[in-house]
Write a protein of this length. Sequence first.
Length: 428
Amino acid sequence: MSAGTDSRHSGFHEVSAPAEMTKDPEMKVVIIGNGVAGVSVAKELRAREPSPEALEVSVYTRENYNYYSRIRLPEVFGGGALSAELLALYKPGWYVDHHIAVYIGTEVVAIDRGRRTVMLSSGENRSYDALVLALGADPVRPSLPGSALPGIFTVREYDDAARVRNSVLAHPESAAVIGGGLLGLEAAHHLRSLGAGCVTVLEIAPRLLPKQLDPYGASFLERHLTARGLQIMTGTQLSSFEGGDRLEGLVAATGGEVRMIGAGTAVVSMGVRPRIGLAKANGLDCNRGIVVDSFLRTLEPSIYAVGDCAEFRGAVPGIIPVALEQAPHCASAILGDESRPYEGSIPHNTLKVAGIDVFSAGIVEYGAGEAVEEIRLAADPGRYERYLLRDGVLAGAIVIGSRQKARLVQPRLGTPMLRSDIERLTAE
């Protein structure tokens, strides 16, 4: 069978693989999922073994698009109305040049571990020598009264974002975002730029970005967002969605005060759950995610898991930097090189939220009795910096408003530093 994709399903040009070979390759790797984890593993495999005769790399995805930037999805319902093609990370020719076959609109529905095959939604089977589960995660959606009303969305894939845009254009008076995390805040910013008259962000925690920012940094960011026309409600518990034929508003409580918040469109951004159903159905070890070892390998030696669906040492970070760090370790192990075990990652996020750069890495909170030195540098009105030293090692950092300083700090996470080092580094 040709290794090209079916262009009937795609918003892109067809991605074709090289002409069919006269003999089977020495090794076949099947990757399920073409997000950052799956495509990064494919890229790392090719970097280590360029020959398609030695290694065949096939990527299957149930989405109808090639690999694109998920963190930019809020821009789709912003003023730009970006197409999926404009969000693509690689042009079609890149896949051809790298001998990576991508099958879009093609879902893998079953795995036969004994035969080392996967079954596609079409009923066809594909064999593998190594299988990589880059299944990603599903967005959390609350089970509340009215949650099935039209006008309520989660945004995880391109088509989700396109539906949000259409909803706001049809009902521009007001919108709401449930969840004050990084993607929720970016979503709120772009809803406002699309023309929603009033955009309200509801966060159950007492501050925005509770996993990434301390109270001072969260307050700094909230002032910035409020100045850009967003209404921020922290410490707020959502109790129901209200409406007739479609969403008209939300009922929520803040500090015991219950109020109705008008919203013709609501974007739910309450986190994600790893997609582990396919792995569980095949007897793989799963907790919150698919359990993997230091080579991203599951309990089945020929099956690996990477990215949002993978659980390593009890942690499922679910962020892009971790997927990027795991990919080369996984690729090396697949090709027989176990000289570079994966030892975990220091979680870090670098994003632009409503036009301001936000960087957070390592620990954010610590216990009252911990020997941690907290360093806050005097910030100008557009910047906030906070650093944590534990046993003389830089264990956490927050930088808001300066991408340049964040780039200087990131490589130093986990390395010995003194207060004077911090001051000197950030003064550069």
